[in-house]
Design a protein around this ligand. Structure first.
Ligand SMILES: *Cc1c(COP(=O)(O)O)cnc(C)c1O
Length: 387
């Protein structure tokens, strides 16, 4: 048993202690921190990229489902919790991702720790990008499969490892299409080529891509035209889709199999009807209103241009997630404080979420940000980078 007091004080000294701080939402991407009076901050930490969490269509869908079906679903899907809205949502997701079928989960974390152990076991291999999300990593460990981690986005390294270790058992390759802390993008076409050459299953986590990329918002797999080559297209409703919960899309057999084998699906209560209804409204919106996505991309371009014009030479990446590398945790925390004083809320992301020595400020752009908001944030950021 760890000595809790000693552990906590050690973390505090190393600037590694995390703590909760309630936030009051003011709407339009503005928040107030509890204990901070009335001062509004511009939220650059939200994953609600399309500002759908406050969209009237989601709110109305949730309210209607709430009053018709109640607050909870009452049981797991395989018991009596299986509602029509779950099926409608799954059909809509399957269409969006260009796959035959889909299955919903309680959250992205639950999806990843349920899907991966259902597919591979201790006789098998997993090839996992080193920067994959903690939920993917935990799913890999839970499976008991031999875990081979390749250098981030380095397909030459992956190919070498496949040649060296592939063997005869099943093998799963797992990546994210847009990386959550770096905002960079996986070269999916080349990856599909590799997975076919080496006879592996390919799972892609599109948590930060669905709704943001692809002509219909179907993610990078749609944009790169590789839906057919991706065996499992996983993602969450909690980010650009403005709701909560998660999904995986695949062929019919894959989904039928997961219904029987993914333990975090089987042994967990079905998504509440209001949550599923809000997610369904979001999936429909992102197809029907591509302008939501276009507006977001204009804002992303605008913010990056402001930073570049201001002399920022850093690589700002290809997505709505913009990492500003600082280095040590203490320095990152200090810079986040300075930004807060200027009305900008961007979280300092520190180890163990990111590798040691790569603490950073993570900016995420959302459709809430006005041109003036972006200008204010860029100015504040350029100033603190000089200090
Ligand atoms: C956020 C995230 C998850 C977890 O999704 P939740 O629905 O928040 O549990 C999984 N994978 C990636 C890449 C994520 O960024």
């Amino acid at each position: 048993m760890v000595d809790l007091k000693a552990w906590l004080s050690r973390q505090r000294e190393g600037e590694g202690l995390r703590s909760l701080r309630p936030v009051i939402r003011r709407g339009k991407g503005r928040i107030t921190l509890a204990g901070d009076g009335d001062r509004e901050l511009l939220d650059f930490s939200s994953n609600d990229y399309l500002a759908l969490a406050e969209h009237p269509a989601l709110i109305a869908a949730a309210q209607q489902a709430l009053s018709r079906f109640g607050a909870g679903s009452g049981a797991a899907r395989l018991m009596s919790g299986d509602l029509a809205v779950h099926h409608e949502l799954e059909e809509a997701v399957a269409r969006l991702k260009g796959k035959e079928a889909a299955l919903t989960f309680g959250s992205g974390y639950m999806a990843n720790i349920g899907i991966i152990p259902a597919l591979v076991d201790r006789h098998d291999l997993i090839f996992s990008d080193r920067l994959n999300h903690a939920s993917i990593h935990d799913g890999c460990r839970l499976s008991g499969a031999r875990l081979v981690r390749f250098r981030h986005n380095d397909l030459n390294h992956l190919e070498d490892l496949l040649k060296e270790k592939r063997g005869r058992g099943s093998a799963l390759i797992v990546v994210e299409s847009i990386y959550s802390m770096d905002g960079d993008r996986c070269p999916l076409r080349e990856l599909v080529e590799l997975k076919e050459r080496f006879g592996c299953l390919l799972m892609v986590d599109e948590a930060h891509a669905t709704g943001v990329f692809g002509q219909n918002g179907g993610g990078v797999i749609e944009e790169d035209g590789v839906s057919g080559g991706v065996d499992l297209a996983m993602g969450t409703f909690g980010k650009a889709l403005g709701s909560y919960g998660a999904y995986v899309a695949g062929n019919r057999e894959m989904i039928d199999y997961l219904v029987n084998r993914a333990r975090s699906f089987i042994f967990s209560t079905a998504l509440p009807p209001a949550v599923a209804a809000a997610s369904l409204a979001a999936v429909r919106l992102i197809r029907q209103e591509p302008d939501l996505r276009h507006e977001l991309h204009e804002k992303i371009t605008c913010f990056k241009a402001l930073l570049r014009t201001g002399g920022c030479g850093a690589d700002l990446g290809p997505s709505q997630i913009i990492p500003i590398l600082i280095g040590e945790s203490g320095a990152a925390l200090h810079k986040a404080d300075l930004l807060r004083k200027q009305g900008i809320f961007a979280t300092a992301v520190r180890p163990p979420t990111v590798p040691d020595g790569t603490a950073r400020l993570r900016f995420s752009i959302t459709r809430h940000h006005s041109t003036a908001d972006l200008a204010q944030a860029a100015k504040a950021l350029l100033e603190i980078m000089d200090t």
